[in-house]
Design a protein around this ligand. Structure first.
Ligand code: ADP
Ligand code: MG
Length: 248
């Protein structure tokens, strides 16, 4: 299999159980393959397992069982150190609560992402500035994030996630804390990244956000399934191996 054919994400019978007590099965066994350049959205209500799913995708949590391959690499076989390195190289994560340093500038926040890449400071600075221009924040480079609007902070968070040129962008409720105008701007930014060829996974409780993806999944009580759009049924039917729940 060449690198181009290899799915970016490949899950086989992956399950996530929080040990507790009480133990919680946050993700029931599922199979899923996501191709390079796909824009996938996962919709589900609060507590359905969206963040748990994204944390597994983003190598922040290890599955309890099953196999997860990222760009063909079996994440389960990696040491903690190698997982961290893989995450840093391949994944851009936009957290629900932004997770920015409030008393640092937009530029410093984005540069932090490049700290452990071995890139010289001057180059890190140039790359971070370029990225802030790309998300429409060229005029806010030196502003403290604590003095920015929610929409601007979310764009800093996206710039920080993208500056390492990851193969995969993950967003947890990217518009959850935003007014409708800022939310629309962030969604347009994500559309643009999709057009550039990024592989994108967005989890959300908002049907309007979920509708932006080219492929929609639904999560309910930890069960992940392909959304049953009428015009999609044939496509799913033709490629039964591309997605099925492990419990079926
Ligand atoms: P969502 O993001 O859709 O709101 P989560 O993935 O955060 O849902 O949570 C899914 C389920 O797992 C919930 O029942 C939640 O209470 C539980 N859960 C989440 N994180 C933990 C944890 N660290 N330990 C135990 N249970 C957890
Ligand atoms: Mg969540």
């Amino acid at each position: 299999m060449t690198a181009l054919e290899c799915p970016v994400l490949h899950f086989q019978d992956v399950e996530l159980v929080y040990k507790g007590p009480p133990s919680v099965t946050a993700l029931h066994p599922f199979n899923l393959a996501v191709r390079r350049g796909e824009y996938v959205t996962v919709i589900g209500p609060s507590g359905s397992g969206k963040s748990s799913f994204l944390n597994v995708v983003g190598l922040l949590d290890r599955p309890t069982s099953g196999t997860y391959r990222l760009d063909g690499i079996d994440a389960g076989r990696l040491s903690e150190r190698d997982r961290t390195a893989l995450r840093g190289r391949r994944i851009g994560f936009v957290f629900q609560a932004f997770n920015l340093l409030a008393h640092r500038s937009a530029l410093e926040n984005v540069m932090l992402s490049l700290l452990y890449t071995g890139v010289a400071r001057k180059t890190r600075r140039t790359q971070a500035i370029d990225m802030l221009y790309q998300v429409g924040l060229g005029h806010r480079i030196n502003s403290l994030t604590s003095q920015m609007s929610g929409g601007e902070r979310q764009r800093v968070a996206i710039a920080r996630a993208l500056v390492n040129r990851p193969s995969l962008l993950l967003c947890d409720e990217p518009t959850g804390n935003l007014d409708s105008v800022s939310a629309a701007a962030v969604l347009e930014l994500v559309d643009g990244l999709h057009a550039e060829g990024f592989t994108i996974v967005v989890v959300t409780h908002d049907p309007d956000v979920a509708a932006r993806g080219e492929r929609s999944l639904v999560i309910k009580d930890g069960h992940l399934t392909e959304a049953a759009k009428t015009d999609d049924r044939q496509r799913v039917g033709r490629h039964p191996a591309s997605f099925s729940t492990g419990s079926e």
